[in-house]
Write a protein that binds this ligand. Structure first.
Ligand code: GLN
Length: 270
């Protein structure tokens, strides 16, 4: 019991440290972008778009070994800002926090591997064009026999609050008779499966595969259990920020056409 408490405390400390370094890393990224945007922008707009993101959603946003906040979302936004000549600040505050920041107007947009979902559109989210399509699925301990949803019966699974993975688990729980525990961030959710409290966790397929590969953690992704999947997009709630969506979409089309988009994807996912 004592040992478990110590592990949990160490984990909490690691997470709070990660949260610090990501936010300073992201503001550094935003600053370097700001200076280039000011020097070559013709529009002359002083507007700094505030974009909220997740803390650890590998390889879309995370802190690398050098302490830099990096990832596909980080690089795509930087490339689009450069292409369109706008200024922005990317703040890494976690999935729930980023959603709340946009809902309360503290951030203009969320860019955090956010899946386009009908329920989200119905509740007021306005999405950009999609930039990467992902399904959701489960990860289980490396030595687990779980190979189907039926194998989850009578167990408890882990999800990240408010995510498409959580929705997927919720849509299956009655049919397959499992319970759900909710976590605030991905690393804590994975940890709960590793220590054996949860039998599996539900999250985006490319994200779990990349995280397992990057960290070498003892999880695996059984085949054939993916959700239908949908594209990731930047999202706003306030219609007044439509201008930002337009800039984003125009820049996304350009970086897709000029090869920058492919380079970014290849850099993080091979
Ligand atoms: N793609 C998932 C969603 O939109 C998870 C996003 C995340 O956890 N950053 O809900």
């Amino acid at each position: 019991m004592k040992k478990m408490l110590a592990t949990l405390m160490a984990l909490g400390l690691a997470l709070s440290l990660a949260a610090c370094s990501t936010s300073s890393g992201s503001s550094a990224a935003a600053n370097s972008n700001n200076s280039s945007a000011t020097s070559d922008t013709a529009s002359g707009s002083d507007k700094v778009w505030l974009v909220a993101t997740d803390t650890v959603f590998v390889p879309f946003e995370y802190t690398d070994e050098q302490g830099n906040f990096v990832g596909i979302d980080v690089d795509i936004l930087a490339a689009i800002a450069e292409d369109q000549g706008f200024q922005y600040e990317m703040n890494s505050i976690g999935w729930d926090g980023a959603v709340a920041a946009v809902q309360t107007g503290q951030a203009d947009a969320i860019m955090a591997g956010a899946s386009i979902k009908q329920e989200r559109i119905e509740s007021g989210w306005i999405f950009s064009d999609g930039y990467y399509t992902a399904t959701q699925t489960i990860a289980v301990p490396e030595d687990s026999d779980i190979a189907s949803f039926e194998d989850l019966r009578g167990t408890s699974v882990a999800v990240k609050n408010g995510t498409a993975g959580a929705d997927y688990a919720e849509s299956l729980k009655d049919e397959y008779g499992f319970t759900i525990t909710y976590f605030d961030d991905s690393p804590t959710m994975y940890q709960d499966v590793i220590i054996g409290n949860s039998s599996a966790c539900f999250e985006d397929t490319p994200v779990m595969l990349a995280y397992i590969k990057q960290k070498g953690i003892a999880l695996k992704v059984p085949e054939g259990l993916e959700s239908e999947g949908s594209p990731y997009a930047l999202a706003i709630m306030n219609e007044d920020n439509q201008e930002f969506l337009d800039l984003f979409n125009a820049g996304l089309a350009n970086i897709k056409a000029n090869g920058t988009y492919d380079e970014i994807i290849a850099k993080y996912l091979e």
